[in-house]
Write a protein that binds this ligand. Structure first.
Ligand code: G3P
Ligand code: CA
Length: 261
């Protein structure tokens, strides 16, 4: 049951290798033994779900293009590691520069029954994304009762509407609501309790969290997984204050802080 000391590799082990590439996922999954691979998903013009944080390919692909206006074939021509090599020469590898954008199906083929934390990144601009995502998850047997009961496949979003849709499409699927700064403090317990009827966890910005807020979320029934916890001092503070896990670019450091290594 993945509900304590949970290490979610944010875009893979993205402090060490280009985000959302096999290089960063391999590192987090096979070498650092993070509990989850975190995946941001977007959809191409021809309806393929791919893994990328941004809605454009400019930052990680070093070229112009908006994903929803590009076909998969066009996306596949892009390399997504050169920017990392340029920005972090001390961590650069030729292998990184060769990385291409994985589709969600390719990720599932490579990592099989691993644990996945999947973010519907911009659901408002991709009509039908939740349906497509559910279909792919079903194709790969990632929504079995056992996997859902043990939180092996989780959907996360800043969009409550997207989570509501996922819950309608697949009852029992574990859901996490991502929260911008200030959001949880502005919401009443009654409103949060309604959300907790189908959402098992919240993902606040780590800068927003203190012990009182963590305890309030626990009283309502949520698990608390902040993003994106990269500094060891912050990790130690928030672990002491009671978080249940976190998104991190450094799965190795967070495992150490949780005394797992
Ligand atoms: O999904 C948790 C965290 O990744 C949210 O922020 O912008 O890195 O997707 P972002
Ligand atoms: Ca994310």
């Amino acid at each position: 049951m993945l509900d304590k000391n949970v290490v979610i590799a944010h875009r893979g082990a993205s402090a060490y290798a280009p985000e959302h590439s096999y290089a960063s996922y391999d590192l987090s999954h096979f070498d650092m033994h993070a509990d989850y691979i975190e995946l941001d998903v977007q959809m191409t013009l021809d309806g393929e779900i791919i893994v990328m944080h941004d809605e454009t390919v400019e930052r990680t692909g070093l070229t112009q293009g908006t994903i929803k206006e590009m076909t998969l074939e066009e996306i596949k021509r892009i390399h997504i590691g050169q920017w990392f090599n340029d920005k972090f020469p001390e961590l650069a590898h030729d292998y990184y520069a060769e990385q291409t954008v994985p589709t969600l199906r390719e990720v599932f083929m490579r990592y099989g029954q691993a644990n996945y934390y999947i973010e519907t990144k911009a659901p408002d601009i991709y009509p039908g994304m939740e349906e497509q995502l559910t279909m792919i998850l079903e194709d790969f047997n990632l929504l079995t009762d056992e996997r859902m009961a043990n939180y092996h496949t989780v959907i996360q979003s800043f969009s409550l509407e997207s989570l509501i849709k996922m819950n309608q499409l697949k009852q029992g699927i574990p859901l996490l609501l991502l929260c911008k700064k200030g959001m949880l403090r502005d919401m009443s317990d009654d409103d949060l309790k309604k959300i907790h009827q189908f959402v098992y966890a919240v993902g606040p910005n780590y800068k927003d969290l203190d012990q009182a807020l963590i305890e309030r979320m626990h009283r309502i029934g949520f698990l608390v997984f902040p993003y994106t916890l990269n500094d060891e001092v912050d990790m130690e503070r928030l672990i002491n204050e009671g978080i249940d896990g976190a998104f991190t670019n450094y799965p190795d450091l967070l495992r150490k802080q949780f005394r797992m290594d």
